[in-house]
Design a protein around this ligand. Structure first.
Ligand SMILES: *[C@@H]1O[C@H](CO)[C@@H](O)[C@H](O)[C@H]1NC(C)=O
Ligand SMILES: *[C@@H]1O[C@H](CO)[C@@H](O)[C@H](O)[C@H]1NC(C)=O
Ligand SMILES: *[C@@H]1O[C@H](CO)[C@@H](O)[C@H](O)[C@H]1NC(C)=O
Ligand SMILES: *[C@@H]1O[C@H](CO)[C@@H](O)[C@H](O)[C@H]1NC(C)=O
Length: 461
């Protein structure tokens, strides 16, 4: 169309538009469209009237970049259109009236902005023209993000409660990129020790200080209006612990923190704790108020020879990277409950048949002696002492096969005060200590179950 004709064309409908009457909704277009840089973008317009019902349609598309004024892109009347010079350049738009949809052939950043469609229709059935100028489409143009990568500093392992770690996510390409963080696939939201406020786009995640629970695989997602890409996972490892220290042994009988073992038996104790790097252990004997490091390492072996003997041990686990330690206490009781090396231990029945027989025999002998003494001499005093239990709780010395053996542990001692009668003597270490009654005839037997004064505790500080 030559300039004169074109001017006449524009003028004709410009005049018409000045005269038009009623406003109405004739078409529908999206409010926002996100376009990809370098790609085409269709601004689709849906007619809300039947094309067969109309006599004439005319309109125009306007464009505005940011705060600039609107400029005209294309005008049309029925199936004729005029693409404005600027819009025509580089074949930027395709437009096929009376279809009012506008196709942008190849998006660049200069095409980002508001597109406005004004359309008027003449219906034979209605007087005057119906106008719709309420169609504004906001178009964004973005470069898709490329796969982001995570940089972690420091790159080496960090120590809990001491070090901080900074994760930085970056995508080489992409416009208006924002970042999100994930730990083992779950969102890592800022708060507490986690912060992502040092970069407004969320690309930097700071954990200060790190803790054991921060261990995991971190990924970041880079996204914008037109794309989303997730990085490869980066593992964060943290030195921590020791936590949950526990001592265990395959041998002997365990009751809480008390291990009962047969004399002469080689017993292994293992200490395990949740620790990174794996903890070391020091095994400390606390017998007789003397502490002595007996060995170091995850495993300790003890050969218990002394019968009727209890020993206190401490297992101290330490992590020399975190500089933290934990310790637990346990008691070793050496008792030959089992026949030989066999284990006859059962809960609620600590007295083995052999021990029961021995105790019964001693009792019978004791009783016989008592009777003999009473018969042959004037009565002797018979003293019974029970150690390790309140006097008010004293019970008769009868012991064998009874209901609750645990009540009766202690050291029983039958003492006959000087007399002519003979008495049986069962040797026991505890006798040695009774210097003042060395000349007494005594019968002593031990029934031991040691219960530690305090239960094992985690002494983590
Ligand atoms: C208008 O044109 C677009 C693209 O060319 C097409 O997708 C759409 O279906 C057309 N609309 C009508 C009503 O023909
Ligand atoms: C970023 O874009 C440039 C140019 O389009 C391309 O050569 C490069 O491969 C892209 N980078 C990534 C990581 O995709
Ligand atoms: C062990 O030592 C503590 C303090 O070191 C003391 O209070 C306690 O009486 C001692 N126990 C024995 C049996 O010597
Ligand atoms: C920490 O423990 C490891 C292994 O037990 C040992 O090789 C290292 O020397 C220890 N470091 C320090 C500082 O004690």
């Amino acid at each position: 169309m030559e300039p004169v004709g074109r001017a006449a064309f524009l003028l004709s409908y410009a005049v018409i538009f000045l005269l038009i009457g009623t406003d109405s909704t004739l078409v529908r277009a999206p409010r926002v469209l996100h376009g990809v840089y370098g790609q085409p973008l269709l601004l689709p317009v849906e007619h809300l009237f039947r094309v067969e019902d109309m006599a004439e349609v005319q309109g125009y598309w306007l464009f505005r970049r940011r705060a600039h004024d609107f400029t005209q892109l294309v005008t049309f009347m029925n199936n004729k259109s005029i693409v404005e010079m600027e819009a025509k350049m580089n074949n930027r738009f395709s437009f096929h009236p009376p279809n009012a949809s506008l196709l942008i052939n190849r998006l660049d950043e200069s095409m980002e902005g508001d597109y406005k469609l004004v359309i008027s229709v003449i219906f034979p059935s209605r007087a005057g023209m119906v106008k719709d100028n309420d169609n504004l489409v906001h178009v964004t143009v973005d470069v898709p993000v490329s796969t982001p990568v995570i940089e972690m500093s420091p790159a080496s392992e960090v120590v809990e409660d001491r070090d901080s770690v900074m994760l930085r996510c970056s995508a080489e390409n992409g416009t208006r990129v924002v970042y999100e963080w994930y730990r083992n696939g779950s969102p890592s939201r800022a708060g507490g020790r986690l912060s992502n406020s040092s970069a407004p786009d969320g690309s930097v995640l700071t954990i200060s200080p790190v803790r054991k629970e921060d261990i995991g695989d971190y990924t970041c997602a880079a996204k914008n209006n037109v794309s989303l890409k997730t990085s490869l996972p980066v593992p964060l490892s943290v030195f921590y612990g020791p936590y949950n220290l526990a001592v265990s042994s395959d041998q002997g009988l365990r009751t809480g923190a008390v291990f009962t073992v047969n004399p002469g038996e080689l017993v292994f104790f293992d200490c395990s704790a949740d620790s990174n790097p794996p903890n070391s252990c020091a095994w400390i004997s606390e017998t007789n108020n003397d502490t002595e490091v007996i060995t170091t390492g995850r495993r300790s072996e003890v050969v218990a020879y002394k019968l009727a003997h209890t020993e206190e041990y401490v297992c101290r686990a330490f992590n020399n990277i975190t500089q933290k330690q934990d310790e637990t206490r346990f008691t070793l009781v050496v008792a030959s409950w089992g026949a030989g090396k066999e284990k006859h231990f059962q809960e609620g029945s600590f007295v083995s048949p052999l021990a029961a027989i021995a105790v019964s025999s001693l009792l019978i002998i004791g009783c016989m002696l008592l009777v003999m003494l009473r018969k042959t001499c004037h009565p002797h005093r018979v003293i019974m002492k029970i150690y390790n239990r309140p006097l008010t709780e004293q019970k008769g010395p009868h012991l064998s096969g009874h209901e609750d053996a645990t009540e009766d542990f202690g050291i029983y001692e039958f003492v006959s005060i000087p007399g002519k009668a003979e008495s049986t003597q069962a040797s026991s270490k505890s006798l040695v200590r009774l210097d003042s009654v060395q000349d007494l005839h005594t019968t002593i037997y031990d029934v031991i179950r040691h219960i530690p004064e305090t239960p094992t505790q985690s002494l983590l500080k």
